[in-house]
Design a protein around this ligand. Structure first.
Ligand code: GLU
Length: 515
């Protein structure tokens, strides 16, 4: 025991010991999801921290699917988890391996512990255990296994087993504190007596979770176990199993919970979905990865926007915060917007074509009809994307900004009409005057000329420039937001811009009461 405790301490140290440096070259971490649901935000963050840790150290990232719960595990969940990891770009170096494939080894390990006396047969039946638990509850005392079978004479124990009596295997938990240096929480200690003799093999021969995990992690040579805080209470049991099996102890790091903005445990209510739902909602993997990384980790300075390479550079498990992280959709939107702004126009063009194409088909048409030229003028599309991409937070929002530059007809956003076209007569008049000013080729010479024409008209009419610009934006874009209006005018081109202004005038005039 002494020796393993000492080696546990040595291994868990993160100072610059030569031993530590050597291990950095051979880091092996794993993500071990249970395929009982999709890859949600919490799981994706655990996967990301493991992946970053591996990439930073030049190590290996394994995927193990913990599918021993046959009733709840589903192949479609495994597929969705793989798809989620692939979408995030978390490439797996080894695996997926399936925990259920290791059942024979798990059993062998459990029996080895029996053979060496670190575990014993427990013949207590489920009914007996339930009755004792109830009794303890009535007496108001905490219930733990009372160690009754621990004291059985080994000869008797074997004889009962040979006679066919069913038994489970329990670990003989030593009377001592279990301590480790957590990579995130620092020194952790479970006092002597706080852990019961726990079961590792059920009477039906199925291995228990903690045994399967240790057996698999040891077999795979995992050097660091990085997982959610919800596993903190499993760790002392697993440490005991490593020691009993005589396998080297990995480092352990427990990542704090993610909470909703209301301080409650994160759930769907807070908008926490499968990561694939974010893909479908038009978030970029780079934005999602950036967001997940900041759920509980910070670089220690005020940087927030990271591409994945910069994350690998900056990541350190020691900088993962001990306190819970707060899930903030607003922050995700903002970060995603920064990544859209940084993305190459050509990549974004693919998404825009896809989104607008899908919308056109949903309306029974096709992209060439709803947005003539969008697919056939990639350079113009790239220029327009470059113009608008600074503002939208999702890909559909980007598509909405690109759409008016190509659309066969603009649709006016109701809120924008209400807000900026509330004086139809005046606005129609202003827009008519503007169309006259912009009619000549010369006005469209460049952005500056367009600006001086629009401002010149405002001066001439003696109104603030906003009284022209805001209604003009609705006329051109159908919406109340856009990049700088003069850039929009230029990018749209004379012919289309004049046609849009004309259509707006007609729309507004149709709304005027007839005399
Ligand atoms: N399968 C466990 C889970 O999904 C993870 C086990 C571990 O990381 O040790 O919570």
């Amino acid at each position: 025991m002494e020796r393993s405790t000492a080696s546990a301490r040595g291994r868990a140290g993160f100072g610059g010991f030569p031993e530590e440096q050597e291990r950095r070259l051979t880091v092996r971490v794993r993500f071990a999801p249970s395929p009982t649901g999709f890859l949600h935000v919490g799981g994706a963050r655990t996967a990301l921290f493991n992946w970053l840790y591996a990439r930073r150290a030049g190590g290996t990232f394994l995927l193990r699917v913990e599918d021993t719960d046959r009733a709840r595990s589903r192949p479609e969940h495994t597929r969705a988890i793989l798809e989620g990891l692939a979408w995030l770009g978390l490439d797996v170096d080894e695996g997926p391996v399936f925990q259920a494939d290791g059942v024979e080894r798990h059993r062998r390990d459990a029996l080895a512990l029996l053979g060496q006396g670190a575990a014993y047969r427990c013949f207590c039946t489920a009914e007996e255990l339930a009755a004792r638990r109830e009794e303890a509850q009535r007496a108001g005392s905490g219930y733990g296994y009372d160690g009754r079978c621990r004291r059985l004479d080994p000869v008797v124990s074997r004889a009962r087993a040979d006679a066919g009596e069913p038994f489970a295997l329990r670990v003989r938990v030593p009377e001592e504190a279990i301590e480790w240096e957590d990579m995130i929480h620092g020194p952790m200690s479970f006092p002597a007596g706080s852990i019961d003799d726990f079961i590792i093999l059920r009477s039906d021969g199925t291995p228990v979770y903690n045994l399967a995990v240790v057996s698999d992690d040891a077999e795979a040579g995992i050097t660091h176990v990085i997982r959610g805080d919800d596993h903190l209470s499993n760790t002392p049991k697993q440490i005991l199993l490593y020691r009993a099996l005589g396998r080297p102890l990995p480092g352990f790091g427990h990542v704090p919970l993610i909470l909703g903005p209301d301080g409650k445990r994160l759930s769907k209510r807070h908008g926490a979905l499968s990561v694939l739902a974010y893909r479908d909602g038009g978030y970029l993997p780079a934005g999602m990865v950036n967001f997940l990384a900041l759920l509980g980790w910070s670089p220690g300075d005020d940087r927030e926007v990271f591409d994945v390479g910069a994350l690998v550079e900056a990541f350190s498990i020691g900088r993962v915060l001990k306190k819970s992280a707060v899930f903030d959709l607003e922050k995700l939107g903002w970060l995603n917007g920064r990544h859209i702004a940084d993305a190459p126009a050509a990549d974004l063009a693919v998404a825009v074509v896809e989104i607008l194409g899908r919308e056109a088909r949903e309306e029974g048409g096709e992209l060439a009809g709803s947005h003539p030229g969008l697919e056939t003028s990639p350079e113009r599309l790239a220029r327009i994307i470059a113009l608008v991409k600074g503002r939208p937070r999702t890909l559909p929002a980007l598509a909405r900004q690109v759409s008016p530059f190509f659309a066969a007809s603009v649709r006016y956003d109701e809120a924008a009409v209400k807000r900026f076209w509330k004086r139809p007569e005046e606005t129609a008049f202003h827009l008519r005057r503007l169309a006259e000013r912009l009619a000549g080729e010369a006005a469209f010479r460049d952005v500056e000329t367009l600006e001086s024409e629009v401002r010149g008209l405002a001066a001439e009419l003696d109104v603030g420039a906003g009284r022209i610009i805001n209604p003009l934006r609705v006329a051109l874009m159908g919406q109340g937001v856009s990049p700088g209006i003069f850039e929009v005018l230029e990018a749209m081109g004379r012919e289309r811009a004049l046609a849009r202004i004309g259509a707006a005038v007609r729309f507004l005039e149709a709304r005027l009461p007839t005399a």
